[in-house]
Design a protein around this ligand. Sequence first.
Ligand code: NAP
Ligand code: HSE
Length: 426
Amino acid sequence: MKTVKVAIIGMGTVGGGTYDLLTANHDKILSSYGLDVQIKKVLDKDEQKLANKVKPEQVCRSLDEILADEEISIVVEVMGGVEPAKTFITKIMQSGKSVVTANKELISKQWADLERVARENGVGLYFEASCVGGVPIIRTLNESLQGDNIKSIMGIINGTTNYILTKMTEEGMSYEQALAQAQQLGYAEFNPTADVDGYDAMYKLSILSSLAFHTCIPYTSIYREGITKVSQDDITFGKNTGYKIKLLAIGKKKDNDVEVRVHPTLIAENHPLASVSGAFNAVFLNGDFVDDVMLYGRGAGAYPTGSAIVSDVIYCALKTSHVYTDFENDGKVSEDINIVSDYESKYYVNLIVDDKPGVIASISSVWGKNGVSIKFFNQSAFTQNDYVPIVIMTHTSNENMVQKTLGEIASLPCVREIRSVIRVID
Ligand code: NAP
Ligand code: HSE
């Protein structure tokens, strides 16, 4: 039997879930792995949270107490944010302790520095819980699919936005109401802008695509668009034409070209990702030999994320030498990789135009002139005053040409508003 003494920093949603799991499954972990995992210290800014949850002898009031405690070998960081989390983690690793974290923002922004400190000090830095909650995606990429060249990774990797879009689609709930529920349920980030504007999914995609493609994919190289502009009109269009709207994170690698993007997507109802609802997440991978693999589970919440944290604690405790990235983790895309922004997609566009002769012809001619082929064109039968909504779906086209076309369309005098542009996957 090996005794492993752990400290937890942050007794919020994930800290609480981790605490409960380590307490409830202590004996199971002991009998399965011979590990007696004990929570020795818990630190949180909020004294009340500690008083409500942890034993008095576990309460700790400063990082220094954790650093000075030689019995503690693993520290779980679940306080979130970049600072002071980076400083804390750096000091913890410099004191010879390993770190388990759920902090995707920190890993995606400061991974290179943190991994350097971990290597220099021979300690572990593990972050399964940072991506897709309880779904073991990082271990799958690192340990189960090493033989394959991963060609694509496509997923619903933010629980909050999937919860909001599901409630808006299935119950006609307003965006604000659905977001409030996601916050109450503990899915949302401290500042939910990170979720709804796509930052959280962007940080996760940066980590996952780096691991999948064996090169740093900085978050700054990822195209990002959130769900705040998705309207009930877009959702209704999807319902009427056989699509669901999901916030997708997409990474593809072909030879040396990599495309990485996060945006709302109209995805065909028969696609496996279309049926992923609520706070559930899924990642759909394709490898050159394994072909398609899909992982599905709860992407957020105290217990699923706590489960991922505890899996890392056990993994870390059982390692005799720690595992780091298999690529040069210097925070830069390697020189032989091109990040491409002119990818191919189909597009749905919702326009508000003047209701007068010649308008449809002038709009169609701009698409035609730029070589973007239209699959579907529909003018609403219901004119509102003197304007009318038009919906267009293109065939597969190039992003740059579509953006050029939209720029030209926006400047036509008959076009009042480009209300939505959503990429489409069949
Ligand atoms: P949370 O509920 O806000 O918990 C964070 C806790 O840490 C709060 O109690 C906070 O206290 C405390 N804290 C903040 N700064 C501190 C400091 N300097 N010293 C001591 N304690 C401090 O957040 P969470 O949802 O558990 O998320 C924690 C981390 O896990 C984040 O990195 C998040 O991205 C990640 N994550 C969350 C989920 C999820 O489903 N929630 C899933 C995967 C990953 P105050 O409240 O007083 O500030
Ligand atoms: N806010 C995140 C989400 C938590 O909604 O997916 C899980 O990382």
